[in-house]
Design a protein around this ligand. Structure first.
Ligand code: UT7
Length: 321
């Protein structure tokens, strides 16, 4: 049945110039390339320049997504940025993107759900579109995680990285194209497994990332297995009909275990963490844009997005590109 859905009309992404390799990290903390690759799958990552902010990354990615969509800035009526590393406590990164791109007044705000941020932002945008609140929304995931990493903590500094990815969603009456369903969760009782030791109303500074990796890993494997099952059941589709899994890029072992649960070969999984690291809310749109631009993801493909992050938050979305 034909209905109004949010169709992805363009994607874009941006990675800062500086590349930090595992060999570079070996010189900074007591770690090894072997440990990082075996435990996480990460080999290198991009790190923003000191004077490069999350908004700068977001603006680059948004510009590319807008170009890819073919829409002029005047036709966009909403900007939603998923980030946990805004330039300032306020205003939102989204209003900076809006101003930089010459997008006219309309809704613009940030969403904070850490590594699940992009799935949350996509869901919010999808609901605006389905209920007629907006016609074309730029949804961006952008992070400068290097600004909240403790560079002396080897348990986290080898994992996180910087970057931005964006999509332009448009309201269209379709039979099966666009976002088909979104699924969001949070369990605040698990918030102490991954957090920053600061913030505006507590210490007055952003703080640094603290993670109990093994605990988060356990929840990620279990929750991702459950949520992908929920998405398939909700949409009454089988795993074989999926063209691509586009997961949050935190750990190759978590991704492999989700693919296994779906009985999906790794050839149908977009993996970028080896050269992107964990870019939190930016990781899914970065992976999506890479696979769209290199021709792996094609129009009509069925895509499954999934993520888990601090909060704990987790979520998934099914979309026909
Ligand atoms: O994106 C948001 C969500 N985040 C995630 O999904 C991350 C989930 N967690 C993970 O990806 C993994 O737990 C990590 C990659 C963070 C860690 O892998 P692990 O296999 O769970 O290792 P571990 O934390 O159990 O640490 C194993 C050992 C420890 O030493 P002992 O206690 O066994 O002697 C650590 O001290 O590895 C040590 N270690 C390191 N060694 C070398 C921790 N970090 C490092 C390091 N280099 N960078």
């Amino acid at each position: 049945m034909s209905q109004i859905r949010s169709v992805i009309q363009g994607t874009g992404s941006y990675l800062p110039e500086k590349i930090l390799t595992n060999a570079d990290l070996e010189k900074m903390v007591d770690t090894s390339d072997e440990w990082i690759v075996q435990r996480s799958g990460i080999r290198s990552r991009h790190i923003a320049a000191e004077d490069e902010t999350t908004a700068d990354l977001a603006i680059h990615a948004a510009r590319k997504a807008l170009e890819a969509s073919g829409f002029a800035a005047e036709r966009i009526d909403g900007v939603i940025v998923a980030t946990t590393t805004p330039d300032q406590t306020f205003p939102a990164v989204a209003v900076k993107v809006q101003a930089a791109l010459g997008i006219p007044p309309g809704l613009a705000f940030d969403v904070q759900a850490v590594c699940t941020g992009f799935v949350y932002a996509l869901t919010v945008a999808d609901n605006f579109i389905k209920t007629g609140g907006a016609k074309r929304i730029l949804v961006i995931g952008a992070e400068k995680m290097s600004s909240i990493v403790n560079w002396e903590d080897r348990t986290t500094c080898v994992l996180f990285a910087d970057g931005a990815g964006a999509v332009v969603l448009e309201a269209q009456e379709t039979d099966g194209q666009g976002i088909l369903s979104t699924h969001l969760y949070a369990d605040g009782t698990l918030r102490d497994f991954l957090y920053t030791d600061g913030g505006p109303s507590s210490t007055g500074a952003a703080g640094h990332i603290i993670m109990q990796g093994r605990e988060v890993f356990k929840y990620a494997v279990n929750h991702m297995a459950d949520i992908v099952g929920e998405v398939l059941e909700h949409n009454d589709v089988s795993a074989e009909t999926l063209d691509w899994l586009v997961p949050h890029q935190a750990n190759l072992r978590i991704i492999e275990s989700t693919a296994k649960k779906l009985d999906l070969s790794m050839g149908k999984v977009v993996v970028t963490l080896d050269h992107h690291g964990n870019t939190s809310a930016a990781s899914i749109p970065l992976a999506l844009d890479e696979a769209v631009r290199d021709g792996r993801i094609k129009r009509g493909n069925l895509l499954l997005f999934e993520a888990l992050g601090g909060g704990l938050t987790w979520g998934a979305a099914l979309a026909r590109y």
